[in-house]
Write a protein that binds this ligand. Sequence first.
Ligand code: IPE
Ligand code: IPE
Ligand code: MG
Length: 242
Amino acid sequence: MTGARIDADVPVPAHVAIIMDGNGRWAAARGLERKEGHRAGASNIIKICRACQERGIATLSLFAFSTENWSRPKTEIDALFEIASDYFSGQFTDFPGMGIRLNVIGSRKDLPVALRAMIAKAEKANPRAYSLTLNMAVNYGGKWDIMQSARKLAEKCIAGGMMPSDIDEAALEEGLSTSGQPPVDLLIRTSGEQRISNFLIWQCAYSELYFTAKHWPDFDETELDAALSEYARRTRKFGGLA
Ligand code: IPE
Ligand code: IPE
Ligand code: MG
């Protein structure tokens, strides 16, 4: 447990989600191509995973590619998928040994076949014992997630296994890509923008929001601790009285 700076009596979020924004601006500020920013961003992931483990955070969700990111130039999308492939076949191979369980969330059908195969291989290597579940959001959208859960319920109803009146929040939640996990306690977005950009919209219904001007490749343990300290100072009311 090196580097942890959170006291035992301070509330630690069970589930942290991060919108890893600002790779392009990080690169531009250094006169580099945008893809170099994405590479630097990808190599920052392992450090933040380890920092979360050290701080007792059980679930981490990272936004890597949104359903809206298809509107970027093809050259950038190709570079992003190339970096993702290098990532899953390279650095990621250390993750099972670190006690990290991978759960890739998002629609896979439009991803390049080779990347899909690498994701499947990485998930197969998941360890039996782990201290961190990592939801990696690739071609993910919060609206897509709710839609695909709703579709599964509709299919169940048509098959006769369920009545529409049986559909409740728990049933819809069970079909989400984060099924069985706690909701997001703390949503962090780097690089100054203050919006959710269609990330885990259902799961973030009651999250605390934290925004930092730091670009994702510069987001480090000190930044994470600043977010966790701010979280610990917040009063969560869930509609009740403090
Ligand atoms: C986040 O960085 C990574 C992805 C969305 C894939 P950006 O590429 O959005 O970086 P900026 O916002 O242009 O700086
Ligand atoms: C959100 O960042 C998506 C990811 C970090 C993967 P964007 O840069 O795509 O979001 P907008 O366009 O600023 O809303
Ligand atoms: Mg951006």
